[in-house]
Design a protein around this ligand. Structure first.
Ligand SMILES: Nc1nc2c(c(=O)[nH]1)N(C=O)[C@@H](CNc1ccc(C(=O)N[C@@H](CCC(=O)O)C(=O)O)cc1)CN2
Ligand SMILES: Nc1ncnc2c1ncn2[C@@H]1O[C@H](COP(=O)(O)OP(=O)(O)OP(=O)(O)O)[C@@H](O)[C@H]1O
Length: 198
């Protein structure tokens, strides 16, 4: 439940607006942005020593993670994708993603690996969690698609010992987001043109 209908309505408005703006990027803009962002991510120092990296498969105009995933595979890093938890509402499970991993489309229409318990990585073994977002602000607050999946997954990230990093287009930046008490700000966000750090 939201503490205020205004906050909730304004979050919904920002979501719709930014989703439309990022869907309007051309395939060429998408491609060059994906390349620039992958380079920036790989030159960020925590990425140099990270072995287990959580990513996501881009949909809906999101900054394309596929070029980054290909580079990480070529560097023999282990890549994981979020799988919707089968019964814990709003939960995500990180599952290993390799070039031959079979993907299925989940109920939110996002491709994910089939849930295989042997391929699950507990969060405390993750080094970096690359986090999707719809909008971010000048203080590192993020707004997602509205499921609360990453708000839950990012709880206690310091204790788990992984570093979250937002991955988004420059046009997803807004000056200030209306926040809710469960929002977890990101310490780092990579865009094609900038590395934001707080
Ligand atoms: N690429 C990607 N994967 C991700 C996320 C994300 O933001 N991006 N998530 C981050 O949390 C989780 C999924 N979160 C989601 C939350 C809401 C909707 C949603 O409302 N989607 C549709 C309606 C669903 C339908 O088609 O039935 C919509 O576009 O309105 C989608 C994903 C896990 N995987
Ligand atoms: N830590 C949490 N524990 C329980 N419920 C939560 C938690 N975080 C968020 N929620 C619930 O999830 C719902 C969606 O939250 P919100 O709109 O902030 O999601 P979001 O940040 O846009 O999405 P996401 O994190 O999936 O990208 C809210 O109704 C909220 O009550």
């Amino acid at each position: 439940m939201s503490h205020s209908p205004d906050v909730s309505a304004s979050r919904q408005h920002i979501r719709q607006h930014i989703r439309q703006v990022r869907r309007a990027l051309t395939p060429h803009q998408q491609q060059s942005s994906a390349h620039e962002a992958a380079k920036r991510f790989l030159s960020w120092s925590p990425a140099a020593s990270a072995q287990h990296i959580g990513l996501f498969l881009s949909v809906d105009g999101e900054l394309d993670t596929r070029p980054l995933i290909e580079r990480l595979w070529a560097m023999n890093r282990s890549v994981y994708l979020p799988v919707l938890h089968p019964f814990s509402t709003g939960g995500l499970i990180m599952v290993r993603y390799e070039p031959d991993t079979e993907l299925v489309v989940n109920r939110l229409r996002i491709p994910e690996p089939r849930l295989d318990v042997r391929q699950i990585l507990p969060l405390q073994h993750l080094d970096i969690l690359v986090t999707p977002l719809v909008a971010f602000d000048s203080t590192g607050q993020r707004l997602g698609m509205g499921g609360g999946f990453y708000d839950r997954t990012l709880q206690n990230w310091r204790e788990h010992g992984f570093i979250p990093v937002g991955y988004a287009h420059d046009c997803q930046h807004v000056e200030a987001l209306p926040t809710e008490r469960w929002d977890i700000p990101l310490p780092t966000i990579v865009t094609p043109s900038k590395l934001w750090a707080w």
